[in-house]
Design a protein around this ligand. Sequence first.
Ligand SMILES: [Zn+2]
Length: 410
Amino acid sequence: MTHGGNNVLIRGGRLFDPAAGIDGIGDVLVRDGVIAAIGGAVESRPGEVLDAAGLYVLPGLMDMHVHLREPGQEHKETITTGTRAAIAGGFTAVACEPNTVPPCDSPQRLAAVIAIAERTAAARVFPKCAITVGQKGRALTDFGALRAAGAVAASDDGLCVKGEEVMRRAVSSAREAGLPLTLHVDGPAMIERDIALAAEGGWAVHFSHVSLAEEAELIGEGRAKGLRVSGEVTPHHAALSADDAPGGDANFKMTPPLASARDVAALRRALVDGVLTVIASDHAPHSPSEKAVSYEDAPPGVIGLETALAVIWTHRVEAGDVSPDAVVRALTSGPAEVLGLPAPGLREGAPADIALFDPKGAWIVEPERFNSKARNCPFAGHRLQGKVIATLVGGRVVMREGGILGVGAA
Ligand SMILES: [Zn+2]
């Protein structure tokens, strides 16, 4: 590998950015952190050359639902290890949940997360803030100040806002602040309530980890009525049903739990029909010792950043029931739209956040090799098809062939 200035030439890949209508063989020239040229054979210059023959060249993936655990639970994950896991999986941007210790419920705490990320992250980090102070479900946090401080959404992850009046005020306050709301799903009744509150308050709500057919139906109905509701599905809920989980294995314990085969089929249709526009990992690291207790005592949650694209590719694209187009949108423009962020894209002048993906690359999931600190992965030992080969963030090759290249200080 040769380095020459800040140039990287990605040669001969399948340039694939469905939101921009791009699908064809070509080159991408990266210079000074941005995409300088794209298309047919791009004039070659001295610099690093990545041979992308046979590979998809994708916009950097965005995961709008991850737990980085810092501050407060660094034994589970840190912003460094979590974002190293992200770039290993082709994700160049992640939105992190506020249920840290303490919860991210003030501009000061949000600024602290941003400062750690600036020093130590290997990918772009967009923090969410809590909906209520201390995540206690009572007083709302200051959405206006939190948005000004850099929050991309307010989330109740980990603890659903039970009080209807509190959620009603959250919707109106989020609208005033222009802050998206991402809500922890707690069954169809709660989705129905929150869709009604969104309609009443004239603001958008997004539902995290949709897992049931009935939940997807409610979201589809809301969208058909023109309401601003959206939803996400995790790779594990889209790939596995409860029948696939060996009894008693805490690495299959998550919230919500794996559902029925009928629900999995409904989630697949919702992705195809554009009802669910986001795939998000809900990467939820726990230390191996925390998961090594009885199933009942183990904390819920599984990790997913390093397997997300390959799991969806193996179980849904290779199975022939969801198109690459829908999958890539749900991992790029879909989450960007919900969060109101610029979509990662293959276009001249855009930040060079790019993932190279080998759709034929087969591999066995070995959690002990993960960049994440955690090992709580329900796909351990699975053979997956589809492998992220390289990741660029801001024009730098930060991951290549599984190796992390000098980013994300410990
Ligand atoms: Zn979560």
